[in-house]
Design a protein around this ligand. Structure first.
Ligand code: AMP
Length: 186
């Protein structure tokens, strides 16, 4: 199963990606987590340091850096039988790079899952999470970037798109996604 999860910051993609990865037995690949891993104290890498200023501002890390990191991650053995991409692609240009990358591997995406959550619910959730980049100003900026840069992907992926109402308990939402995928890929 090759999946992409799309949704605004705070929609619960990360939580659901972890649970779905377990059910589907494919790796959960989060570009945000990869960047943060490159910023681990005492083990900072060039990628992490380059990414940090963008992350701190709520802006997107340049496509070149992001795509190279994903390309490398997808060569790991666990990603051969599938993957769940969480937070990538986030721009039309990244979607084009992903298509090219999959093309080279003779692979296609099985589905793109959209997490739908009203904006007031998102902001409340993010303020409760308390991550470094979860100040109100940065949260607002990330929502704006989602609307401008990432939302156009929904139209781009309309043929593979599975939209989920992502308000509910963690368990409910996992079941909704799993049911929708079963219906779709049957
Ligand atoms: P996330 O954990 O998905 O909320 O990502 C945290 C931050 O990492 C984002 O606000 C961006 O600065 C950066 N980031 C994550 N994924 C991407 C991506 N696909 N393209 C560019 N920047 C990204």
């Amino acid at each position: 199963m090759r999946l992409v999860l799309v949704g605004p910051p705070g929609a619960g993609k990360g939580t659901q990606a972890t649970r779905l990865a377990e059910r589907l037995e494919v790796p959960h690949i989060s570009t945000g987590d990869l960047f943060r891993a490159n910023l681990t104290e005492g083990a900072e890498t060039a990628i992490g340091l380059e990414a940090k200023r963008y992350m701190d501002a709520g802006d997107l890390v340049p496509d070149e850096v992001t795509v190279a990191m994903v390309r490398e991650r997808l060569t790991h053995e666990d990603a051969i039988k599938g993957f769940i991409l969480d937070g990538f692609p986030r721009t039309l240009s990244q979607a084009g790079s992903l298509e090219q990358l999959l093309d080279e591997r003779g692979e296609v995406l099985d589905a793109v899952v959209e997490f739908q959550v009203p904006e007031d619910v998102l902001v409340a959730r993010l303020l409760g999470r308390g991550r470094n980049d979860d100040t109100e100003e940065v949260i607002r900026r990330r929502q704006e970037v989602y609307r401008d840069e990432t939302a156009p992907l929904l139209e781009h992926y309309r043929e593979q798109l599975v939209s989920i109402d992502a308000v509910g308990t963690v368990e409910e939402i996992t079941d909704r996604v799993a049911d929708a995928l079963r219906t779709r890929t049957r």
